[in-house]
Each structure stands twice: as structure tokens, then as C-alpha cells.
Design a protein around this ligand. Structure first.
Ligand SMILES: *Cc1c(COP(=O)(O)O)cnc(C)c1O
Length: 422
């Protein structure tokens, strides 16, 4: 199922009041749900010493959410200077932060190594000489190429721009050792929104096989392997939830086997974004127009600047209409925003209850890669973010963008140059 019945039961009765107070549209996140998922993750992996989740900041880069993650003992996976700043603002430093960039710039390396440093996860062997100060611990992102198949969001590893190729891996670690690295990690990220836990078990097996191979060749031990994120959530009512406990059980067995064979075992890191927060957020919008042409259209007060996934991936987001049960009178509609792009649709040819102007629509599972993917094309502004706290209070955790924000980059010191050539 999409949004949990627990979140629905707590949110829906107070939604008209929240909408009246804050105005629509807004994303609203569920602190209790996020904490429950965090606890479930920790309990599932309780038998694996040193297991740690590094929350993928890009999924929901809001400091109030990140404070909740930090309170649960999680680290952060960052891939830009701004994400590093966010992580440090909530008090994460050093090994609490993993920097997994690709096509990394000199400025990003400096941002990663200044202000308390972090675990550096390198995307390519050519980046080694560009690391300003070689850290004691180095990690490489591994791309298995034809050895594995990926999935639809992240693509086939052979075509993916990420990571070090299989045949370069030994050289990469040897070269890092020659530059002073003494501790080692191994990372991969092959799938996104994967609902089949067995795929993830295979990924961990692959990492352990590679760690054993590289370890033997170079006489080193791996401090950790990082299986990436990509755990899926059930966006569609008919989707089966990801079997987290089965993943943890089988993976724990793999580490025990590794330990028996090699006399030690690395720690397991994970960097889930979607699984942690995806189901615990919804986008609440108001129907403002109905239009009947060749199809029926419901116009709402948000556009794809608030949620890109349907337009970008054809992603399904479940929609409920507040106060109108799914088994009542219905109509097949497109739910659309106001952007001048025909893919600005939250739902296409979806059977929904009869919607009237003023109805509140709850677009579900927007807690990861939702607000964060927003943009400003066509002068569309991103909505506010709210948090339904544990104590029942509703807190504004990001204000809505304003026209002044949109125009801010047009205020600058005048500057011009006259090129000497031409
Ligand atoms: C996006 C990303 C993640 C998180 O992916 P989810 O599907 O949200 O779990 C983790 N690691 C890396 C390197 C990423 O790019």
C-alpha cells in the first residue's frame, strides 16, 4: 500500500485545519513514521556489528528531517558541497558523512575535506591525484559493468556513468595505498526503487566477493562495504512492500560466512533515501479548476515544480480525495498543474472520486525525491514543507518560495568584458 493507515488516520482528520492555517499546496512529513522506519532498520540489522545507515540527503534535504536521522544515529550520504553544508549544520562530521560525488570538481573536494572532513568515496581512478589531501580512509564506487544488470531508473551498469570499472579496481586501491591510504571501503549503487530484496542480497554478495578478491591481491582488509540505497517502496496499491527483514537476515548470513572464511568481516553501510522517508510524506493540493475537453482535467494549485517524478519517470503516485471514498461515484481524469508543458500531470487517465473545486487531494509517497527535485522553469515556485511532529504539532520546516526568491539571482553587481580577439 502507499501511505500507511497510521499516517492517514492521524493526518486526514486534521488536514482541513492545516490547509486553512498554512494554505495549500504543501508537502507534509510524518515524524512518527520516519522514526518507526529507522527503528525497523536498526532492529533488522541488529545482529550485524557496525551496521550504519547514511541517509541519502538528496532524497529530503531538510535540516529538521536530518536532525531526526541524526538522533537515530544515522550518518549522511552527500554528493554536493551544499549537501555537505546541510549535514554539517546538523552536527555531522568526519565519519558521519560519506561524500559520494561523480564528475567531482576541485571545489567539491575542498568542501569535502574542509570543515571536519568526511569519508571520501571516489567515483574514478583518475580522481586520485586530484584529491587535495590523501585521507587515511578511501572508498571507491564499483561499477560491475556486464557482471550485473541494473534497473529502469538507474539503468544498465555498462551504460552508467558511475564508478570504477572491474578491470581498474586493483589499480585504484594500489594507487591509493601508494598515496598513503591505510583503510579501505568499497561502495556500489546499482538499483533504484528496487522492490525485490533478493537483488539487494546479490549486490551485497557481489561486494563481499570483490572485497575478498581485492583484499587477497593487495593484502588489505576492508573496513566497510556500502551497498548504496535503492530499496523500493510500494507506490502502487498492488505493489508488495520490500522485505527488509528477509534482506537483513540473508545479508547477516553472508557476513558470517565471510568472517568464517577470512577471519574478519567488514562493516555494512547502507545509504537509503526513499525507503527512509518516501512513504512518510504527502503533497497536499487543492482542486482549483475543472476542464472538460477531449478528456476531463482537474487543475490543482501545484505543478510539477513540486513533484517531478511523474513527468520525469512516468512514476505513479497514489491520490486520495479528502472526504470522498474510493468506492463512491468516480470519474477518469488527468490531474494537472499549470506549467506550460503537457507532461505537467500528477495522474493520467486515473479513476478518482468526483472532484469539485475546493477539494483537497492527497498525492502520496512524496517524502523522497519530491520537493527536493523541484525547479523553477516557467516561473513556478516550490511549495512549503510541513512536519507532523510526534507530539501532534504541525511545524513549518521550509517556507514556500516567493517571487523575490525567483528574482534574487537577477540582482547582482553589473559586470562586462570586451574580448580582445575577434
Ligand atoms: C540517490 C542515491 C541514493 C539514494 O537512493 P534511494 O533510491 O533514495 O535509496 C544513495 N546513494 C547514492 C550514491 C545516490 O545517488
Amino acid at each position: 500500500m502507499p501511505m500507511s493507515s497510521s499516517y492517514r488516520d492521524r493526518l486526514f482528520p486534521i488536514l482541513p485545519e492545516i490547509a486553512a492555517n498554512f494554505g495549500t499546496p504543501f508537502h507534509i512529513y510524518d515524524e512518527a513514521g520516519i522514526r518507526q522506519t529507522g527503528l525497523r532498520l536498526q532492529q533488522a540489522f541488529a545482529d550485524l556489528p557496525g551496521f550504519r545507515e547514511y541517509f541519502a540527503v538528496k532524497a529530503l534535504p531538510n535540516p529538521r528531517i536530518m536532525e531526526i536521522m541524526r538522533a537515530m544515529g544515522f550518518g549522511f550520504d552527500c554528493s554536493s558541497a551544499a549537501e555537505l553544508t546541510l549535514a554539517r549544520q546538523v552536527g555531522a562530521h568526519g565519519d558521519d558523512v560519506m561524500f559520494t560525488s561523480n564528475n567531482t570538481s576541485a571545489a567539491e573536494f575542498l568542501a569535502a575535506q574542509n570543515n571536519g572532513g568526511c569519508l571520501l568515496n571516489l567515483d574514478d581512478i583518475s580522481l586520485l591525484p586530484k584529491v587535495p589531501r590523501m585521507p587515511e580512509t578511501i572508498c571507491f564506487r564499483y561499477n560491475p559493468g556486464p557482471r550485473r544488470s541494473g534497473n529502469s531508473i538507474i539503468g544498465n551498469p555498462v551504460e552508467a556513468k558511475y564508478g570504477v570499472a572491474h578491470h581498474q579496481l586493483i589499480d585504484a586501491y594500489r594507487s591509493a595505498m601508494n598515496r598513503g591510504a591505510r583503510r579501505f571501503g568499497l561502495h556500489t549503487m546499482l538499483a533504484s526503487n528496487e522492490l525485490n530484496y533478493a537483488y539487494m542480497v546479490q549486490t551485497v554478495q557481489m561486494l563481499l566477493d570483490v572485497a575478498a578478491w581485492v583484499g587477497n591481491e593487495l593484502g588489505i582488509r576492508f573496513d566497510f562495504v556500502n551497498m548504496g540505497g535503492g530499496l523500493g517502496i510500494p507506490y502502487r496499491p498492488e505493489d508488495q512492500p520490500f522485505k527488509l527483514e528477509a534482506l537483513a537476515r540473508e545479508v547477516t548470513g553472508l557476513f558470517e560466512d565471510f568472517g568464517a572464511r577470512h577471519g574478519y568481516a567488514p562493516r555494512l553501510y547502507m545509504e537509503s533515501g526513499r525507503f527512509m522517508t518516501g512513504p512518510h510524506g504527502v503533497l497536499v493540493v487543492k482542486a482549483i479548476n475543472r476542464k472538460e475537453i477531449y478528456r476531463h482535467y482537474i487543475g490543482v494549485d501545484a505543478s510539477m515544480s513540486a513533484l517531478m517524478r511523474p513527468a520525469m519517470y512516468g512514476a505513479y503516485h497514489h491520490i486520495e480525495v479528502l472526504g470522498k471514498p474510493a468506492d463512491g461515484p468516480s470519474q477518469v481524469v488527468d490531474v494537472v498543474g499549470s506549467l506550460c508543458e503537457n507532461n505537467d500531470k500528477f495522474a493520467i487517465q486515473r479513476e478518482l472520486p468526483q472532484i469539485a473545486e475546493g477539494d483537497l487531494l492527497v498525492i502520496q509517497d512524496t517524502g523522497a525525491h519530491g520537493h527536493a527535485m523541484g525547479f523553477n522553469y516557467n516561473g513556478k515556485l516550490r511549495p512549503q514543507e510541513l512536519l507532523l511532529r510526534d507530539d501532534g504539532i504541525v511545524e513549518l520546516i521550509r517556507r514556500a518560495e516567493t517571487e523575490a526568491d525567483y528574482l534574487a539571482t537577477l540582482r547582482f553587481e553589473p559586470r562586462q568584458m570586451a574580448p580582445k580577439r575577434g
